[in-house]
Design a protein around this ligand. Structure first.
Ligand code: HGY
Ligand code: MN
Ligand code: MN
Length: 433
């Protein structure tokens, strides 16, 4: 029997208008629904999201890390809170559902709780985390990392392609970097009771299986690579083909090596090169310095850890064929993180009690949930993505599909509210490949 008696259908109208309302905030001149972190359109959207949280009856504040946090008071505000939410920043040329479904869906869940007269024992915090998407500074999940106490001084010194530091971007956005590191977030005694995030699947599985709900088992680890290829600059019109040290050709070989690494990966492993940069702007010079940006992902830690070693050997060998030096620098964007078994069980019970079919599913996308998992038992609920598409304007999930996710989210939150976890969460094991 579903804990929440009211039917989620009552929320579809408001979800529909909220989704269209937020989609208005997009950066002119960019494809799709672009609202990147620190951009004007993102800055303008924050007030709109805060107003939606207030309209849902939440007490709203912006924390020291720039996260928007709406509080639904529980009977016992001293108890560790329940936390749900996601992000409303997008990739360049993105869609209007990635992350958004988890924030607006959480507000719809609050509406279901209030309309059914359900008062939780604990506070419920709805969070719109700052900057979940990876950005030119090469660091994803800014807001949730800060809350998990994972943001470092070195992170603030990261620069974008123009040389601007992340600290400067925060300052321009009205977040003081000096308080950012010291505010401690939700570590220690402020750990939440549990974290649960509603999100679109961003892949084809649920739609292919005809299932409305996925309950996440694990979230992929991400290893990020910046490779520099150094050759010799030469006149592109006079230097004979067999006498060049062409950095671009070596980089092109590396693109193919990274692709075959991904193609050979165990289930759900992937590898992508998303950017090649020639240091020279001239179209008639043999490239002498080329930078490659890529990433490798998998929920199989041992395979993921082996990537660094395998690609280092493969890329060096291919670069040597063109007498080009290759220098690789890796960073772990996040380790593989497993969802809490108890949270998965409670979400499964909630879906089944509502008569909603579901399947366990790994996440090939990373989420703020990765960093919340360091603080509290974590779970995620997926709803289908049309054609499995995401990070593009065609991204789509029907409102009634979102409503089903909201219903399971709300019901699971009620179950989590009174659940006693026997084992406290593991801290994220920093993978040291
Ligand atoms: O990169 C990701 O997987 C997420 O969309 N930020
Ligand atoms: Mn997302
Ligand atoms: Mn995304």
């Amino acid at each position: 029997m579903s804990v929440l008696l009211s039917d989620a259908a009552g929320i579809t109208g408001r979800l529909e208008s909220a989704l269209s309302g937020l989609a208005v905030f997009r950066t002119a001149g960019r494809q799709g629904f672009t609202r990147e972190v620190f951009s004007e359109s993102y800055r303008d959207s924050r007030q709109w999201v805060a107003d939606q949280m207030k309209a849902a009856g939440l007490e709203v504040r912006r924390d020291e890390a720039g996260n928007l946090i709406g509080r639904l008071p529980g009977r016992n505000p001293a108890a560790p809170p329940l936390v749900t939410g996601s992000h409303t920043d997008t990739v360049d040329g993105g869609g209007r559902f990635d992350g958004v479904v988890g924030v607006l869906g959480a507000l719809a869940a609050v509406q279901l709780l209030r309309e059914s007269g359900t008062v939780l024992a604990r506070d419920l915090l709805v969070v719109d985390f700052l900057g979940e998407e990876s950005n030119p500074f090469g660091l994803s999940c800014l807001g949730s990392r800060a809350l998990a106490g994972e943001l470092t001084k070195a992170d603030l010194a990261r620069t974008d392609y123009s040389g601007r530091t992340l600290a400067a971007a925060y300052t321009d956005f009205g977040v003081d970097p000096s308080t950012l590191l010291g505010f401690g977030g939700w570590t220690g005694r402020r750990r939440p009771h549990a974290y649960l995030e509603l999100h679109i699947e961003q892949g084809p599985t649920l739609e292919a299986r005809g299932l409305p709900i996925g309950i996440v088992t694990a979230i992929t680890g991400i290893e990020r690579l910046v490779a520099s290829f150094t050759g010799t600059p030469d006149h592109a019109g006079t230097r004979p083909m067999d006498d060049r040290r062409d950095a671009m050709v070596a980089a092109a070989e590396a693109v193919l090596a990274i692709r075959s690494e991904g193609c050979g990966a165990p289930e759900h492993g992937v590898a992508t090169v998303t950017r090649l940069e020639n240091a020279s702007r001239s179209p008639n010079v043999v490239p002498s310095l080329v930078r490659l940006y890529g990433e490798v992902r998998s929920i199989d830690e041992s395979w993921l850890w082996g990537t660094r070693r395998r690609l280092a050997a493969e890329i060096a060998a291919r670069a040597a064929e063109y007498d080009v030096e290759a220098d690789l620098s890796w960073s772990t964007d996040n380790a593989v993180v497993r969802a809490s078994d108890s949270v998965q069980d409670l979400a499964g019970e909630a879906a089944s009690a509502a008569g909603i079919d579901w399947m366990p599913i790994p996440s090939g996308a990373t989420h703020d949930a990765v960093h919340m998992a360091a603080l509290a038992p974590m779970g995620m609920i997926f709803v289908p993505s049309a054609g499995g598409k995401s990070h593009c304007p065609e991204e789509f999930t029907a409102t009634d599909q979102i409503a089903a996710g909201v219903r399971v989210l709300a019901d699971t939150l009620v179950r989590l509210d009174s659940h006693h976890f026997s084992v406290r969460p593991h801290a994220i094991q920093r993978s040291t490949p």
